[in-house]
Design a binder for this molecule. Structure first.
Ligand code: CAA
Length: 257
Protein backbone atom coordinates (compact mmCIF):
# COMPACT_ATOMS: atom_id res chain seq x y z
CA UNK A 1 0.00 0.00 0.00
CA UNK A 2 1.49 3.33 -1.03
CA UNK A 3 -1.08 5.86 0.14
CA UNK A 4 -2.61 4.30 3.25
CA UNK A 5 -1.23 2.74 6.42
CA UNK A 6 -3.13 -0.22 7.82
CA UNK A 7 -2.81 -1.58 11.38
CA UNK A 8 -5.20 -4.54 11.72
CA UNK A 9 -4.89 -4.74 15.53
CA UNK A 10 -4.17 -1.14 16.55
CA UNK A 11 -6.05 -2.11 19.72
CA UNK A 12 -7.67 -5.45 20.51
CA UNK A 13 -10.30 -6.07 17.80
CA UNK A 14 -9.91 -2.53 16.41
CA UNK A 15 -8.18 -1.78 13.11
CA UNK A 16 -6.80 1.59 12.06
CA UNK A 17 -6.46 2.89 8.51
CA UNK A 18 -4.56 6.13 8.05
CA UNK A 19 -4.82 8.04 4.78
CA UNK A 20 -1.25 8.92 3.98
CA UNK A 21 -0.74 11.55 1.28
CA UNK A 22 0.01 14.38 3.71
CA UNK A 23 1.60 16.78 1.18
CA UNK A 24 -1.56 16.66 -0.96
CA UNK A 25 -3.84 16.95 2.08
CA UNK A 26 -4.81 13.31 1.52
CA UNK A 27 -6.46 14.09 -1.82
CA UNK A 28 -8.25 10.89 -2.80
CA UNK A 29 -6.69 9.74 -6.05
CA UNK A 30 -7.81 6.53 -7.75
CA UNK A 31 -4.95 4.49 -6.31
CA UNK A 32 -5.62 5.60 -2.74
CA UNK A 33 -9.31 4.73 -3.07
CA UNK A 34 -8.43 1.33 -4.55
CA UNK A 35 -6.09 0.65 -1.64
CA UNK A 36 -8.77 1.71 0.82
CA UNK A 37 -11.32 -0.61 -0.83
CA UNK A 38 -8.89 -3.56 -0.68
CA UNK A 39 -7.89 -2.87 2.94
CA UNK A 40 -11.51 -2.63 4.07
CA UNK A 41 -12.36 -5.88 2.30
CA UNK A 42 -9.48 -7.64 4.04
CA UNK A 43 -10.38 -6.24 7.45
CA UNK A 44 -14.03 -7.19 6.87
CA UNK A 45 -12.90 -10.78 6.33
CA UNK A 46 -10.55 -10.82 9.34
CA UNK A 47 -12.39 -12.42 12.30
CA UNK A 48 -10.13 -10.66 14.80
CA UNK A 49 -11.37 -7.23 13.67
CA UNK A 50 -14.66 -5.94 15.05
CA UNK A 51 -14.46 -2.20 14.33
CA UNK A 52 -12.45 -0.05 11.95
CA UNK A 53 -11.23 3.54 12.28
CA UNK A 54 -10.32 5.64 9.24
CA UNK A 55 -8.29 8.76 9.92
CA UNK A 56 -6.02 11.26 8.21
CA UNK A 57 -3.69 13.60 10.05
CA UNK A 58 -4.17 16.72 12.13
CA UNK A 59 -4.24 19.07 9.13
CA UNK A 60 -6.50 17.05 6.85
CA UNK A 61 -8.77 14.06 6.92
CA UNK A 62 -8.99 14.46 3.12
CA UNK A 63 -9.36 17.56 0.93
CA UNK A 64 -11.46 15.78 -1.67
CA UNK A 65 -11.03 13.77 -4.82
CA UNK A 66 -7.74 14.49 -6.57
CA UNK A 67 -8.52 17.53 -8.69
CA UNK A 68 -5.22 17.28 -10.56
CA UNK A 69 -6.06 13.73 -11.63
CA UNK A 70 -9.56 14.76 -12.79
CA UNK A 71 -8.75 18.11 -14.38
CA UNK A 72 -8.24 17.02 -18.02
CA UNK A 73 -10.93 14.35 -18.14
CA UNK A 74 -14.00 14.31 -20.37
CA UNK A 75 -17.39 13.02 -19.32
CA UNK A 76 -16.73 9.80 -21.25
CA UNK A 77 -13.31 9.37 -19.54
CA UNK A 78 -15.06 9.73 -16.19
CA UNK A 79 -17.75 7.25 -17.20
CA UNK A 80 -15.14 4.72 -18.28
CA UNK A 81 -12.94 5.21 -15.22
CA UNK A 82 -16.06 4.57 -13.12
CA UNK A 83 -14.37 5.70 -9.91
CA UNK A 84 -17.52 5.36 -7.86
CA UNK A 85 -17.68 1.59 -8.22
CA UNK A 86 -14.82 1.61 -5.68
CA UNK A 87 -16.98 3.69 -3.36
CA UNK A 88 -19.85 1.21 -3.81
CA UNK A 89 -17.57 -1.56 -2.56
CA UNK A 90 -16.49 0.53 0.43
CA UNK A 91 -20.14 1.18 1.28
CA UNK A 92 -20.68 -2.57 1.47
CA UNK A 93 -18.23 -3.02 4.39
CA UNK A 94 -20.15 -4.96 7.01
CA UNK A 95 -18.16 -3.98 10.08
CA UNK A 96 -18.69 -0.59 11.72
CA UNK A 97 -16.37 2.18 10.53
CA UNK A 98 -15.60 5.32 12.53
CA UNK A 99 -14.11 8.35 10.80
CA UNK A 100 -11.69 10.22 13.08
CA UNK A 101 -11.56 13.63 11.45
CA UNK A 102 -9.23 16.55 12.05
CA UNK A 103 -8.72 19.50 9.73
CA UNK A 104 -10.20 19.46 6.23
CA UNK A 105 -12.94 17.00 5.30
CA UNK A 106 -13.92 18.45 1.94
CA UNK A 107 -15.63 17.16 -1.18
CA UNK A 108 -14.83 13.46 -1.44
CA UNK A 109 -13.24 13.78 2.05
CA UNK A 110 -16.55 14.86 3.56
CA UNK A 111 -18.30 12.17 1.53
CA UNK A 112 -15.86 9.53 2.77
CA UNK A 113 -16.47 10.60 6.38
CA UNK A 114 -20.23 10.41 5.77
CA UNK A 115 -19.85 6.97 4.16
CA UNK A 116 -18.41 5.83 7.49
CA UNK A 117 -20.94 4.95 10.18
CA UNK A 118 -19.93 7.49 12.82
CA UNK A 119 -17.74 10.58 12.88
CA UNK A 120 -15.58 11.80 15.75
CA UNK A 121 -14.06 15.20 15.02
CA UNK A 122 -11.37 17.40 16.46
CA UNK A 123 -12.31 21.00 17.16
CA UNK A 124 -10.29 22.02 14.09
CA UNK A 125 -12.33 19.87 11.69
CA UNK A 126 -14.03 21.60 8.76
CA UNK A 127 -16.66 19.86 6.67
CA UNK A 128 -17.62 21.03 3.23
CA UNK A 129 -18.72 20.21 -0.30
CA UNK A 130 -16.82 22.89 -2.22
CA UNK A 131 -17.09 21.17 -5.64
CA UNK A 132 -19.34 23.98 -6.86
CA UNK A 133 -16.30 26.26 -6.66
CA UNK A 134 -14.49 24.14 -9.23
CA UNK A 135 -17.48 23.88 -11.53
CA UNK A 136 -18.81 20.52 -10.53
CA UNK A 137 -20.93 19.07 -7.76
CA UNK A 138 -20.56 16.31 -5.21
CA UNK A 139 -20.35 12.91 -6.89
CA UNK A 140 -19.73 10.43 -4.11
CA UNK A 141 -23.03 10.75 -2.26
CA UNK A 142 -22.68 14.27 -0.82
CA UNK A 143 -26.02 15.61 -2.03
CA UNK A 144 -27.80 12.59 -0.56
CA UNK A 145 -26.00 11.91 2.69
CA UNK A 146 -25.49 15.54 3.70
CA UNK A 147 -29.16 16.30 3.07
CA UNK A 148 -30.29 13.33 5.13
CA UNK A 149 -27.90 14.30 7.94
CA UNK A 150 -28.51 18.05 8.26
CA UNK A 151 -31.71 18.70 6.29
CA UNK A 152 -32.43 20.35 2.95
CA UNK A 153 -31.86 24.03 3.74
CA UNK A 154 -28.43 23.63 5.35
CA UNK A 155 -27.27 21.03 2.84
CA UNK A 156 -28.42 23.14 -0.08
CA UNK A 157 -26.49 26.14 1.26
CA UNK A 158 -23.30 24.11 1.69
CA UNK A 159 -23.57 22.46 -1.72
CA UNK A 160 -24.49 25.65 -3.59
CA UNK A 161 -21.99 27.98 -1.91
CA UNK A 162 -19.19 25.57 -1.02
CA UNK A 163 -19.09 27.08 2.49
CA UNK A 164 -17.37 25.01 5.17
CA UNK A 165 -19.08 23.92 8.36
CA UNK A 166 -16.88 23.91 11.47
CA UNK A 167 -16.93 20.88 13.76
CA UNK A 168 -18.91 22.56 16.52
CA UNK A 169 -21.77 23.39 14.18
CA UNK A 170 -21.53 19.99 12.50
CA UNK A 171 -22.17 18.47 15.91
CA UNK A 172 -25.19 20.72 16.52
CA UNK A 173 -26.60 19.81 13.10
CA UNK A 174 -26.24 16.08 13.72
CA UNK A 175 -23.63 15.50 11.03
CA UNK A 176 -21.12 14.08 13.50
CA UNK A 177 -21.16 12.25 16.81
CA UNK A 178 -19.00 14.66 18.81
CA UNK A 179 -16.16 17.16 18.87
CA UNK A 180 -13.17 16.86 21.16
CA UNK A 181 -9.92 18.78 21.56
CA UNK A 182 -7.49 18.08 18.74
CA UNK A 183 -5.14 16.00 20.88
CA UNK A 184 -8.01 13.64 21.79
CA UNK A 185 -9.89 12.90 18.56
CA UNK A 186 -8.12 9.63 17.81
CA UNK A 187 -8.34 8.46 21.45
CA UNK A 188 -12.04 9.24 21.44
CA UNK A 189 -12.50 7.22 18.23
CA UNK A 190 -10.64 4.29 19.81
CA UNK A 191 -12.83 4.53 22.92
CA UNK A 192 -15.97 4.34 20.83
CA UNK A 193 -14.54 1.49 18.73
CA UNK A 194 -13.58 -0.45 21.90
CA UNK A 195 -17.11 -0.09 23.23
CA UNK A 196 -18.56 -1.42 19.96
CA UNK A 197 -15.99 -4.21 19.80
CA UNK A 198 -17.28 -5.58 23.13
CA UNK A 199 -20.65 -6.37 21.57
CA UNK A 200 -21.64 -9.39 19.55
CA UNK A 201 -20.05 -9.08 16.10
CA UNK A 202 -23.04 -10.86 14.61
CA UNK A 203 -25.59 -8.49 16.12
CA UNK A 204 -23.33 -5.52 15.29
CA UNK A 205 -23.22 -6.39 11.59
CA UNK A 206 -26.96 -6.96 11.40
CA UNK A 207 -27.69 -3.76 13.32
CA UNK A 208 -25.42 -1.69 11.04
CA UNK A 209 -27.07 -3.16 7.99
CA UNK A 210 -30.49 -2.36 9.40
CA UNK A 211 -29.69 1.27 10.36
CA UNK A 212 -28.26 1.83 6.88
CA UNK A 213 -31.38 0.33 5.38
CA UNK A 214 -33.39 3.20 6.84
CA UNK A 215 -31.67 5.45 4.30
CA UNK A 216 -32.43 3.17 1.42
CA UNK A 217 -36.03 2.18 1.91
CA UNK A 218 -39.44 3.45 2.94
CA UNK A 219 -40.32 2.96 6.61
CA UNK A 220 -42.52 -0.08 5.94
CA UNK A 221 -39.83 -1.98 4.10
CA UNK A 222 -37.16 -0.76 6.54
CA UNK A 223 -39.11 -2.04 9.54
CA UNK A 224 -39.68 -5.37 7.83
CA UNK A 225 -35.96 -5.64 7.02
CA UNK A 226 -35.01 -4.69 10.58
CA UNK A 227 -37.38 -7.29 12.02
CA UNK A 228 -35.94 -10.09 9.90
CA UNK A 229 -32.40 -9.21 10.95
CA UNK A 230 -33.54 -9.04 14.56
CA UNK A 231 -34.93 -12.59 14.31
CA UNK A 232 -31.72 -13.71 12.62
CA UNK A 233 -29.75 -12.61 15.72
CA UNK A 234 -31.49 -15.48 17.51
CA UNK A 235 -29.62 -17.93 15.29
CA UNK A 236 -26.34 -16.88 16.93
CA UNK A 237 -24.57 -18.30 19.97
CA UNK A 238 -23.81 -14.70 20.87
CA UNK A 239 -27.50 -14.02 21.44
CA UNK A 240 -27.76 -16.96 23.84
CA UNK A 241 -24.56 -15.91 25.60
CA UNK A 242 -25.60 -12.24 25.79
CA UNK A 243 -29.02 -12.96 27.25
CA UNK A 244 -27.78 -15.68 29.59
CA UNK A 245 -25.04 -13.38 30.85
CA UNK A 246 -27.63 -10.70 31.58
CA UNK A 247 -29.80 -13.13 33.51
CA UNK A 248 -26.77 -14.49 35.38
CA UNK A 249 -25.50 -10.95 36.14
CA UNK A 250 -22.08 -11.45 34.53
CA UNK A 251 -20.21 -9.91 31.57
CA UNK A 252 -20.89 -11.67 28.24
CA UNK A 253 -18.14 -13.30 26.20
CA UNK A 254 -18.99 -12.88 22.53
CA UNK A 255 -17.37 -15.11 19.93
CA UNK A 256 -18.85 -13.97 16.64
CA UNK A 257 -20.78 -17.18 16.08
N1 CAA B 1 -6.79 17.50 -5.17
C1 CAA B 1 -5.48 17.58 -5.51
N2 CAA B 1 -4.58 18.27 -4.80
C2 CAA B 1 -5.02 18.92 -3.69
C3 CAA B 1 -6.37 18.88 -3.29
C4 CAA B 1 -7.28 18.12 -4.08
N3 CAA B 1 -8.57 17.98 -3.75
N4 CAA B 1 -6.51 19.63 -2.17
C5 CAA B 1 -5.29 20.11 -1.88
N5 CAA B 1 -4.38 19.69 -2.80
C6 CAA B 1 -2.95 19.98 -2.86
C7 CAA B 1 -2.70 21.41 -3.33
O1 CAA B 1 -2.76 21.49 -4.73
C8 CAA B 1 -1.32 21.67 -2.78
O2 CAA B 1 -0.39 21.01 -3.60
P1 CAA B 1 0.92 21.82 -4.14
O3 CAA B 1 1.67 22.14 -2.88
O4 CAA B 1 1.59 20.83 -5.02
O5 CAA B 1 0.38 23.02 -4.81
C9 CAA B 1 -1.35 20.90 -1.44
O6 CAA B 1 -2.39 19.94 -1.55
C10 CAA B 1 -1.65 21.81 -0.26
O7 CAA B 1 -2.85 22.52 -0.52
P2 CAA B 1 -2.96 24.14 -0.47
O8 CAA B 1 -1.64 24.76 -0.73
O9 CAA B 1 -4.10 24.53 -1.33
O10 CAA B 1 -3.31 24.34 1.08
P3 CAA B 1 -4.15 25.53 1.73
O11 CAA B 1 -4.03 25.35 3.22
O12 CAA B 1 -3.79 26.83 1.14
O13 CAA B 1 -5.69 25.24 1.31
C11 CAA B 1 -7.64 23.86 0.99
C12 CAA B 1 -6.33 24.09 1.77
C13 CAA B 1 -8.66 24.96 1.32
C14 CAA B 1 -8.20 22.52 1.44
C15 CAA B 1 -7.35 23.86 -0.53
O14 CAA B 1 -6.28 22.97 -0.79
C16 CAA B 1 -8.52 23.41 -1.37
O15 CAA B 1 -9.43 24.19 -1.61
N6 CAA B 1 -8.49 22.15 -1.86
C17 CAA B 1 -9.51 21.63 -2.75
C18 CAA B 1 -10.79 21.31 -2.02
C19 CAA B 1 -11.83 20.83 -2.99
O16 CAA B 1 -12.28 21.53 -3.87
N7 CAA B 1 -12.28 19.55 -2.84
C20 CAA B 1 -13.25 18.94 -3.72
C21 CAA B 1 -12.58 18.12 -4.78
S1 CAA B 1 -13.70 17.49 -6.01
C22 CAA B 1 -14.45 16.16 -5.32
O17 CAA B 1 -14.15 15.78 -4.21
C23 CAA B 1 -15.50 15.46 -6.19
C24 CAA B 1 -16.25 14.36 -5.50
O18 CAA B 1 -17.33 14.55 -5.02
C25 CAA B 1 -15.72 12.99 -5.47
Amino acid sequence: MEFILVTPQAQPHVALIQLNRPKELNALNLQLMGELRDALKELDENDEVRAIIITGNERAFAAGADIKQMAGKTAIDMLNIDQFSTWDQIRKTKKPIIAAVSGFALGGGCELAMTCDMIIASETAMFGQPEIKIGVMPGAGGTQRLTKAIGKAKAMEMVLTGKFMPAEEAEKQGLINRVVPVELYLDEAFKLAAEIAKMSPVATKLAKESVNRSFETQLDEGLHFERKNFYLCFASEDQTEGMNAFVEKRAPEFKGR
